[in-house]
Design a binder for this molecule. Sequence first.
Ligand code: GDP
Length: 454
Amino acid sequence: MSKTIAAISTGSAPGGIGVIRISGDNAVEIASRVFLPIDNSSLTELKGYRAKYGNIIIDGEKADNAVALVFRAPKSYTGEDVAELSVHGGLLMVKKTLEAVLKNGASPAGAGEFTKRAFLNGKLDLTQAESVAELISAEGEQSLKASFNALQGALSRKINSVLDSLLDVSALMAAWIDYPDEEIPDLSEDELKSTLEKCRNEIKALLDGYENGQTVTKGVATAIVGKPNVGKSSLMNMLTGTDKSIVTHIEGTTRDVVEGAVRLGGIVLHLSDTAGLRQSDDIVEAIGIEKAYKALDSAQLVLAVFDSSQPLGANDLDIIEKCKNKTAVAVINKTDLENALDEEEIKKAFEKTVYISAKNGDGYDALEEAVSELLGVAQFDSSAPMLANARQKNNCENAFASINEALDALSLGMTFDAVNVMIDAAADELLSLTGRKATTEVVNNIFKNFCVGK
Ligand code: GDP
């Protein structure tokens, strides 16, 4: 018997509709105590996948018009009986309906508890459960596609196919070891090796795509740097399409680091528009500059802006120096003005140089292309299976290491017994990745990062 839980499943801002989700053995019974169908029927009689229009009843009085949806176990998101009440989405109405549901016997759902129950009831594996969280938080087009793809089981299928191969090899070896007198076909060492190598390569391909995937799905911390008045704020505005940072003639007006996220192509750039990078005696300004240098140090991508209407100055050279060893694009701005800049130093120092006019928006496409190429995401395929987080990566790294050990052991002529221990270790990592054999601690850790209502 599962405890019946309830939570608000829609956001925490007012909207047209707010949904209260109830899941567990008494879900429909509890919903029927706060919802009366317009035809006076009882919700408890309703079959799965049916809806009723009616009223929310709080303290014996009609409180709102609502729609109740009923799902019957196991055909629901959680695999349990589920009722969903859609009320008008004012925050107070949604909250009051939830309170009524709780008063009538449901317990408040914990963070991610609906999805956790879906996992425990075999509706989703762990990679799919994680993709629910990714899908909800996705900010970019590619990220959305990739997480939906994972929800559809792209990664699970890939991992399970490698796992099946490993388990086949392991079973065969175990049989060969345990029943030497039986009619078990001879194990060819070459075949074993080639199967293991194939498994290893598939895991390697997933690991190789990890950084790229993270860049595309999570976005990159980006610093816009340049001496005062080169057009950093203007570039930021060109990217955001809003007047988020102040554009002005007076040097040093961008005193602090302004944060914002923009999409450039399929990638999300987490921008910090930084105060001019230069020496300063003004204390407030100096704090801004210090922050700017910090932003530069921790940035995964730097957009270094130069003014094409002025010769290179000491500040520019300083910035060029700071950008060494960084993933950086030189952005030569103000191309609408007469050119006075000798670009040789810049071109030598940066892998990519683009020309823009932040004033009239020229060069946007070139910047987009340069960033995408520089980050190596130009060829990103969001439909390919992809590792979504450090947990999944860690499991794959361990599996990869164990398969390598097994291959080495085979080459050294170690016994099948010993080799099989390593293959089993690799299989265990993959079982843990998809959750078929994950510890309670791993499972709890995953769901504690979800929001309530998911
Ligand atoms: P920041 O100090 O680097 O943030 O520079 P701003 O974005 O505040 O720009 C400084 C000045 O340069 C402002 O007067 C802008 O209007 C001007 N500016 C910025 N970009 C361009 C451009 O592409 N062409 C021209 N002609 N002026 C620009």
